[in-house]
Design a protein around this ligand. Structure first.
Ligand code: MN
Length: 423
């Protein structure tokens, strides 16, 4: 893929440390004071308006349907498939190269096509028909199993044989910047006989990566391991807000419910699998061997550095955790294959989250549940405060990027502020 060449430079200024160099070119939906929601591509501190490019002939020859970018979501565009989306990314890369004068030298056109990010509001990149959350980090599953059940048998017997997951709630997925209200619910305190109804006292985040699908499959037809990645367009960062006290009381025997479905936050830019191709990595060795339908070849993990920061109200930001997506035990191809092996169909825009990504050391845990040992060991903040779980007014910021040969493929932040319970 020419667009991934680390030597490429753009005539658009890309500040050092930007998540959006010419090698990335992620897709998103934005609006401005003057523009209704449309599709765009991030480049440095700007958005390239795809509607402008399409309507003014810059994308001629790609066979794109009229109005494909003049939409409130990327679903129809992604439904054109990975190959077509890849062709658009290649063409945008060509237009933005330092030696390409097509747009560079048309000052009036350039002013209209390139909009400063600071003047844009990012919206949900896709309409999400279905959302599934996996549980694919061995370190996270082990830590949680030890805290909620038994340190000696933290992993349940099925865990290394299948990517455990549950069906989440699509309606409450929101884009970065949307505040989340602390949920109320049933909580059973350790010494009490009966539950009480109150605002959650154990509000937490979960650091995750989610992939988005670009194919509708018919009911009854499983996706094979060989074709799985052709069904995946790219990734977003994902904060699976969790109320641990509600979760702990409700989750037996059917799993997460109201402790999870009050809100999840996604980063606004869909970073394509194509852009991440140079950052493929081997995952952990899978022992025991998986069943044949889950067996795969090649490097299917991605070396993406991840970070969680906390900004308490009126205080400076502090890093709580640093980890990497390459630690995930189950890869995205295995997740999608397992999800459909029984004939379950998938839809364009579906979101499949990894589950909390934790690394091997305490500084790399992807949730407060693990970082504070379920509130037993508070984190001390530089401003003098401490946190066992989130407090009202806290903003959680997730960041992610892959980096090699001076090229940084980033996601832009995934942020959300926790507000008090309503009522
Ligand atoms: Mn989760």
């Amino acid at each position: 893929m020419k667009a991934n060449d680390p030597k490429l430079k753009s005539w658009v200024d890309v500040p050092a440390g930007s998540d959006f160099p010419i090698q990335n070119l992620p897709f998103g939906i934005f609006k401005t004071k003057y523009l209704s929601p449309v599709a765009g591509v991030a480049i440095g501190d700007h958005i390239l308006d795809l509607v402008y490019l399409h309507e003014h002939g810059y994308l001629d020859g790609l066979g794109l349907p009229a109005g494909i970018f003049n939409q409130k979501s990327l679903n129809e565009f992604f439904a054109l498939g990975r190959k077509k989306v890849g062709e658009v990314r290649e063409r945008v890369s060509e237009i933005l190269r330092h030696d390409n004068e097509e747009l560079r030298d048309r000052v009036a056109a350039r002013e209209l096509a390139l909009i400063p990010l600071s003047e844009c509001q990012m919206l949900m990149p896709v309409t999400v028909p279905n959302y599934t959350d996996f549980y694919s980090s061995e370190e996270h599953a082990t830590n949680v199993g030890a805290l909620f059940r038994d340190p000696k048998n933290a992993l349940l017997p099925n865990w290394k044989h299948l990517p455990v997951g549950y069906h989440g709630r699509a309606s409450s997925i929101v884009v970065s910047g949307t505040p989340i209200h602390r949920p109320r619910g049933q909580v059973k305190l350790p010494d009490a006989e009966a539950p009480v109804f109150c605002p959650s006292r154990k509000m937490d985040f979960e650091l995750e990566l989610a992939f988005i699908t670009c194919v509708n499959t018919p009911l009854g037809r499983p996706v094979s391991i060989g074709e799985a990645e052709d069904h995946i367009i790219g990734f977003v960062l994902f904060n699976d807000w969790s109320a641990r006290d509600i979760q702990q009381w409700e989750y037996v025997p059917l799993g997460p419910f109201l402790g999870k479905n009050f809100g999840s936050t996604v980063s606004p830019w869909v970073v394509t699998l194509d852009a991440l191709a140079p950052f493929r990595a081997e995952g952990p060795k899978q022992i025991p061997h998986v069943l044949p339908y889950l067996a795969f070849e090649g490097a299917k993990n991605f070396d993406i550095q991840l970070e969680v920061l906390l900004e308490p109200a009126g205080e400076a930001m502090v890093t709580l955790s640093r980890t990497n997506a390459k630690y995930l035990y189950w890869n995205v191809a295995q997740q999608l294959v397992h999800h459909t092996v029984n004939g379950c169909n998938i839809q364009v825009g579906d979101l499949y989250a990894s589950g909390t990504i934790s690394g091997p050391s305490p500084g790399s845990y992807g949730s407060l549940l693990e970082l504070t040992f379920n509130g037993q060991k508070p984190l001390h903040l530089p401003g003098g405060g401490e946190r066992r779980f989130l407090e009202d007014g806290d903003t959680v910021i997730m960041k992610g990027h892959a980096e090699m040969d001076g090229v940084r493929i980033g996601f832009g932040p995934c942020t959300g502020k926790l507000l008090p319970a309503i009522g």
